[in-house]
Design a binder for this molecule. Structure first.
Ligand code: SF4
Length: 437
């Protein structure tokens, strides 16, 4: 039992994703109440008071982001649900999209009302076929019942929603990048400032929120900000969806009350490690979660996991973060050199090429790690990896360049002996093993 629930508090059945089932759970009551008795600012204030932090990776207070938009300024505004969930190890938003799409839609209507949005978008990753079909079907159901379109529930509020499928580029999960994808230009991440709440989609003020963040809005408006604050910890209220993968007995998506014991979560709720192996490391929040502070790349070691709780502040203080909620569990006997090779291959492949340090640096690091794994490593390769990784730090437009560097330095800091062994003996200390055997 991972604590109280905000999103997963119902049984998944063959039709629990439908509008009828959602209504039976009290769905769309918060929307009706808000349109009848709340001003847009009241909805925003409720989100501010709830203290909910973004669930996509940066943990920025969602209410503060919303306060960046004046719903009455007469400009067009846009809302985008970022469903381009491509961070390795992360598949928690998929659960919402497949099993509770109406929670997302009701929440987007509430957010659109609060922000003065007439057109909202769900930007969904191209590979997510079933989630896309579920969301598209939910949108049709909602339109058929007058929950989107003109004069919703007779309130005078109108909102349309477009489901936009990405084409498979990881970088489009970066909020400013997906703007270009929707606009039909090359999806390059954009420099900030200006913030997207000043100049976003089609140059208009825009809020981009993660799916899980947005989907929680209906619960908060239905139950009140104070009820939300009673869940979790004082500084990290609410719950997090965590997708667990790697060397774990029961991989999947869990809803965890913030402040929950990490050791209990791994060893009891997730059934412990495969093959009765000891824990070697955990990458807590997707392989790029580290970009938050620069220190966050640290891979937690078993000793550090014991005693930790799952909440933003404690993990940050421990030099890590909950990031995108994609937890990767790594058992003893895993070759961290091979693991880093896979991570660097990913970053190199997904770099959009806009910034020289990222474009060249990810390629360079990948070539060096390939050389080490091929048994042709040189003693100076470790220093070269450090040098290139640090050269990326803070010199790129989006976080991908930083993340690639942090991944390398984290592995080298924590498992340097494995890299030295590989270079000296021209083979892995653990037989290049990535499986749990
Ligand atoms: Fe593109 Fe990399 Fe620069 Fe991000 S850091 S904008 S992915 S080149």
């Amino acid at each position: 039992m991972t604590g109280r629930k905000v999103l997963m508090g119902f049984d998944v059945t063959a039709d629990s994703h439908t509008l009828a089932a959602y209504r039976a759970r009290g769905g769309y009551e918060a929307l009706a109440r808000a349109l009848e008795s709340m001003q847009p600012e009241d909805v925003t204030q409720e989100i501010v008071d709830s203290g909910i932090q973004g669930r996509g990776g940066a943990a920025f207070p969602a209410g503060r982001k919303w306060q960046g938009i004046d719903p009455h300024d007469g400009q067009p505004h846009y809302l985008i649900a970022n469903a381009d969930e491509g961070e390795p190890g992360t598949f928690k938003d998929r659960w919402v999209l497949e099993h509770d799409p109406h929670a997302l839609l009701e929440s987007m209507l509430l957010a659109s009302y609060a922000l003065g949005v007439r057109h909202a978008f769900v930007y969904i990753r191209g590979e997510y076929d079933r989630p896309w079909r579920r969301v598209a079907a939910a949108v049709e159901e909602a339109y058929a019942e007058g929950l989107f379109g003109e004069n919703i529930l007779g309130s005078g509020f109108s909102c349309d929603l477009v489901v936009f499928r990405g084409a498979g580029a990881y970088v489009c999960g970066e909020a400013s990048s997906l703007l270009g994808s929707i606009e039909g230009t090359r999806a390059y991440p954009r420099n900030r400032p200006p913030r997207m709440t000043v100049r976003g989609l089609y140059q208009a003020p825009t809020v981009v929120n993660n799916v899980e963040t947005l989907a929680s809005v209906a619960w908060i408006i239905r139950n009140g900000a104070q009820a939300f604050r009673k869940i979790g910890t004082e500084k990290s209220p609410g719950t997090r969806l965590i997708s667990v993968s790697g060397h774990i007995r029961n991989p999947g998506v869990y809803e965890v009350e913030l402040g929950y014991s990490w050791a209990k979560f791994l060893h009891e709720d997730c059934g412990g490690l495969l093959c009765n192996k000891a824990l070697k490391a955990v990458i807590p929040g997707g392989i790029s979660s580290q970009v938050l502070t620069g220190k966050d790349a640290k891979v937690l070691t078993p000793g550090e996991v014991e005693g930790l709780t799952l909440d933003h502040e404690i993990l940050r203080a421990a030099g890590s973060s909950l990031g995108s909620g994609g937890m990767i569990v790594i058992a003893e006997g895993t070759c961290m050199v091979r693991l880093l090779q896979i991570m660097l291959r990913f970053y190199r492949h997904e770099s959009c090429g806009q910034c020289t340090p990222c474009r060249e640096g990810t390629g360079w690091m990948h070539r060096v790690i390939d050389r080490i794994v091929a048994g042709e490593g040189r003693p100076e390769d470790i220093d070269t990896l450090y040098h290139v990784a640090r050269f990326n730090d803070g010199t790129t437009i989006c976080g991908l360049g930083d993340a690639a560097g942090y991944a390398a330095t984290a592995m080298l800091d924590n498992f340097r002996d494995e890299f030295e062994y590989f270079i000296e003996h021209k083979r892995s200390k653990f037989g290049g093993n990535l499986e749990c055997q």
